[in-house]
Write a protein that binds this ligand. Structure first.
Ligand SMILES: Nc1ncnc2c1ncn2[C@@H]1O[C@H](COP(=O)(O)OP(=O)(O)OP(=O)(O)O)[C@@H](O)[C@H]1O
Length: 374
């Protein structure tokens, strides 16, 4: 099978200018594991963030992206080199607060990195960013949809089609409320929404089904006490688009009162639980962290199986949280597939870090960065 472009891109190099604590830096990555090591505050997470920024055009750490521009500088720039079976690829993101980002893939300007085929998929774990577990369902829905798109690229359009149909139906509800449209025009949109809605829900259910067992096993291995579960909670269980359209029709009075559609896959959720209790509501920070880590590794393994190569995995400071046994298990899982970058304050916390096939990068205080040969 010919691997799809945009999925097997291996990152070889990261260059940055005026990004966070770095005036300039140049880092080379290994094809397997790269360990960034250095003291607290040295700038390890900044490098992970820069790599994510270069691959996706967004920060994984903050929604206020001004923060990524180095104090006193006016603009930040990140360049990522990589390769796939088609040859080398180059991505760049230039960011000046107040202006549109300037992003290029293989020299050509792009509006959104996500649409660029020659871009590595990235999965990131930051211990203090637990929104995926404890935040609103919309975040988990979007995440599951990303997994769907990564597993089955041809299915990525279903979410867009559903969102477009939903926006149209909501606009129509508003017009009917305002007396500018007739209720008789709703069934046509209900049918459209139901067609994409059932497809979207089924894709999500299939994706979660692929993750379910892996998630439970991994959560146990990484030390989450009790029985972990990942469960898709769809809003509608209608077996066919016609049945879902009938559910919409039944609820139309409520929808007209609210002015928007209250029922459908835009209300689905992914529930992560421990001993049957939702970790979002009842999990401790430590439990939520382990669940997130287990979810990301489960996705990585499902993707490796389905697509031959998993996303680039970025793990910030996870080892210090785990006991030696669990570190070993995590390291073994990571080493099994693909490319990953791990940060640590202590190389001894990363099992196998001294092995010849691991790339080690020493991160110095502030802006200094030295690279040790693999
Ligand atoms: N825009 C910025 N300009 C300059 N320095 C910044 C900027 N944003 C953050 N920093 C500095 O970056 C440093 C933190 O770097 P980073 O978070 O990468 O550390 P770290 O090596 O991951 O540390 P830890 O091991 O504690 O997580 C802090 O000293 C912070 O002041």
């Amino acid at each position: 099978m010919v691997p799809e472009r945009g999925f097997v891109v291996i990152v070889t190099r990261l260059r940055l200018r005026d990004f966070r604590s770095y005036a300039a830096a140049d880092v080379a990555f290994g094809e397997g594991l790269t360990v960034l090591h250095g003291r607290n505050g040295a700038g390890k997470t900044n490098l992970l963030e820069a790599l994510y920024f270069g691959c996706t055009g967004r920060s994984c750490r903050t929604s206020n992206e001004r923060e990524v521009v180095r104090f006193g500088a006016t603009a930040a720039r990140v360049e990522v080199d990589g390769h796939d079976p088609d040859g080398p690829h180059a991505l760049s993101v230039g960011f000046q607060p107040g202006e549109a980002k300037r992003m290029r893939v293989d020299g050509a300007p792009v509006e959104r990195m996500a649409d660029a085929p020659a871009r590595p998929l990235v999965s990131v774990f930051l211990p203090d960013r637990l929104e995926l577990v404890k935040g609103a369902p919309a975040l988990r829905r979007a995440h599951v949809d990303q997994v769907v798109a990564a597993l089955w690229p041809a299915r990525a359009d279903t979410r867009r089609a559903y969102s477009a149909a939903l926006a149209q139906r909501n606009a129509l509800l508003q017009r009917i409320r305002a007396g500018r449209a007739n209720r008789a025009s709703l069934p046509a949109w209900d049918a459209e929404l139901a067609r994409h809605g059932v497809a979207l829900r089924d894709d999500r259910a299939r994706a979660v089904e692929l993750l379910r067992e892996r998630f439970a096993t991994l959560a146990g291995e990484l030390g989450l006490a009790g029985t972990a579960g990942a469960r898709f909670r769809p809003r509608t269980r209608a077996a066919t688009p016609e049945a879902f359209a009938a559910e919409l029709a039944e609820r139309v009075d409520g929808d007209l009162e609210r002015g928007f559609t209250g029922h459908g896959p835009h209300r689905d959720d992914l529930v992560l639980e421990r001993d049957g209790r939702d970790l979002r509501a009842y999990g401790s920070q430590g439990e939520q962290r382990l669940a997130l880590l287990a979810l990301l590794i489960a996705e990585r393994e499902a993707l490796a199986e389905a697509r031959g190569r998993p996303p680039l995995l970025l793990l910030d400071d996870v080892m210090s949280e785990l006991d030696p046994d669990r570190r070993e298990r995590l390291a073994e899982r990571i080493a099994r597939h693909g490319q990953s970058v791990v940060t640590t304050t202590d190389l001894a916390h990363v099992p196998g870090a001294s092995s010849g096939d691991v790339t080690r990068v020493a991160v110095g205080e502030g802006t200094v960065l030295q690279e040790a040969a693999a």
